[in-house]
Ligand binder design. Structure first.
Ligand code: GRF
Length: 479
């Protein structure tokens, strides 16, 4: 098989070029770099190319009467190397539209922002100054307009409270390297094309850019909704030296939410596989709905599908009614109902904001205590964490109404990781409850949230009184 031929245009250090060279050398990217060209004869990237025997070309724009003449000469020389694709990797020039036109669909650029945000320069500083919680890089087809051609794929990165433009740039660069390699691999496999202003993936228009997950996986987002049906799809890219398995996730996943400032999380329907100590126990659905009267409902429904849970006909429904207050949920009412062949259990809580108390009825028990601003029921904790993550919060403390009192629950945010659940692989943030297990500790102790799904929980784990661990793993999600 003839290797896919690429030319790389550079103006500076060439770390993205290095990533392509390394992936090729490792046998994971079936390409030949036929030329590295620059407008800066002293660019370090040229030396890098020379050191591994790649042909180089340096042209000085000042030697040409005008921009178009430089561009025409540059691209004529590039054409002589018959590349299948031209990659702009830190090439700091705008290309003349007439010269560009014949190359459209065969030329891509990597840009350090989540386009269409921040085209042009100083992207890291602009993202920090805007107070963004997410930053990232985009690979897009190049058109005449600066950083505005259709975006193929993006890698996202959270902005930390300590980040400066330079720490952010450095952290993002590592993601850029993975992104550029993954996108070039997909193009080399003939799976990505440009039509008009759209990106086609396997002949179908992409509704949203692909998302980089982990180091080499691209998730495919279809549909324009915030959340959608998720379907795992594995794709094999044949390479001359070995086969690279690139699992792709076909989903209607989160795009940038355009929602009222106060409402952190949009309505969704999610299906989870429920496991006890790793074995099938049941199925859980989780729904978030806008009731249209200023209140919202989070409802989970779990049914036993295996073992004792199935035999006993376990059915648990938990409903939290709440309203959004300053971007966080605040409780209005809560219901828990567990039915089995042997016994039923119910708990009902009313949050009476006028009278200023919480009224809980559980079996024969009747409890009242004073309400406090921002109180939530125990099920809504997951949603509260998701909304805090969405808002870029750095501390996670909740006043939770348990049976007979308000308990303060604190969570700590652990470093990111990639998690595999039936819906696919997700870059996640792990939130873990602080302290030792207490009376109400069968409640959520650890949960994993995916920013690419608008901070939906992709896994929720709780340890029950007997020490058994029940885990919910995301199977599918839709708006
Ligand atoms: C990268 O940040 C890229 O996104 C931007 O220019 C920089 C190039 O870095 N277009 P390098 O030369 O590849 O190290």
């Amino acid at each position: 098989m003839t290797p896919f031929r690429i030319a790389v245009l550079v103006s500076g250090r060439g770390s993205n070029l290095q990533a392509l060279i390394d992936a090729r050398a490792a046998g994971t990217l079936p390409i030949e770099i036929v030329l590295v060209a620059s407008d800066k004869p002293l660019a370090a990237a040229l030396r890098l190319a020379e050191s591994v025997g790649i042909p180089t070309l340096a042209l000085d724009p000042k030697a040409y009467p005008e921009r178009a003449a430089f561009d025409a000469d540059l691209f004529a020389r590039i054409a002589a190397h018959t590349p299948d694709l031209v990659v702009l990797a830190g090439f700091m020039r705008i290309i003349d539209p007439t010269v560009l036109t014949p190359w459209q669909g065969r030329i891509i650029n990597i840009h350090p922002s989540l386009l269409p945000k921040y085209p042009g320069l100083h992207t890291h500083r602009r993202a920090i100054e805007a107070g963004d919680s997410l930053h990232g890089a985009s690979v897009h087809f190049v058109t005449a307009e600066l950083d505005a051609g259709p975006t193929i794929a993006q890698a996202t990165l959270e902005i930390g409270s300590e980040d400066t433009p330079s720490t952010l740039a450095e952290r993002l660069l590592a993601r850029e390297h993975c992104l550029i390699v993954a996108v070039v691999a997909l193009i080399a496999a003939g799976r990505i094309a440009m039509r008009g202003n759209a990106v086609l993936q396997d002949g179908e228009p992409l509704a949203a850019p692909l998302q980089l997950v982990g180091s080499n996986r691209l998730r495919i987002n279809r549909g324009s909704g915030v959340l959608g049906q998720t379907l795992a799809l594995a794709v094999t890219l044949a390479t001359p030296m070995n086969a690279v398995l690139l699992p792709l996730l076909l989903s209607f996943a989160a795009t940038t939410p355009s929602i009222a400032a106060d409402i952190a999380i949009k309505p969704f329907h999610a299906d989870y596989a429920t496991l006890r100590n790793g074995s099938e126990l049941g199925k859980t659905t989780l729904d978030l709905a806008d009731n249209g009267d200023g209140t919202w409902t989070l409802r989970s429904d779990t049914r036993g599908t295996a073992g004792m849970a199935k035999l006993a006909g376990v059915h648990i429904v938990e409903t939290s009614r709440f309203r959004w207050k300053d971007g966080r949920p605040e409780a209005v009412a809560y219901d828990f109902q567990q039915t089995t062949a042997f016994k039923d259990k119910t708990r009902h809580a009313d949050f009476d904001w006028k009278a200023g108390d919480v009224h809980v009825v559980e079996g024969d028990g009747d409890f009242r205590y004073r309400i406090e601003a921002g109180i939530i029921d125990r099920q809504a904790v997951t949603l509260a964490i998701a909304s805090d993550l969405q808002r870029g919060a750095t501390s996670f403390e909740y006043k939770v109404a348990v049976k007979d009192r308000i308990e303060t629950m604190r969570y700590t945010r652990a470093t990111g990781e990639t998690l595999n659940v039936p819906a696919g692989d997700f870059d996640v943030v792990l939130m873990q409850r602080d302290g030792q297990p207490g009376a109400d500790r069968k409640r959520v102790a650890r949960s994993w949230f995916a920013s690419s799904l608008g901070w939906m929980p992709v896994q929720i784990e709780q340890t029950e009184k007997k020490g058994d661990t029940v885990t919910l793993k995301l199977v599918s999600i839709r708006k």
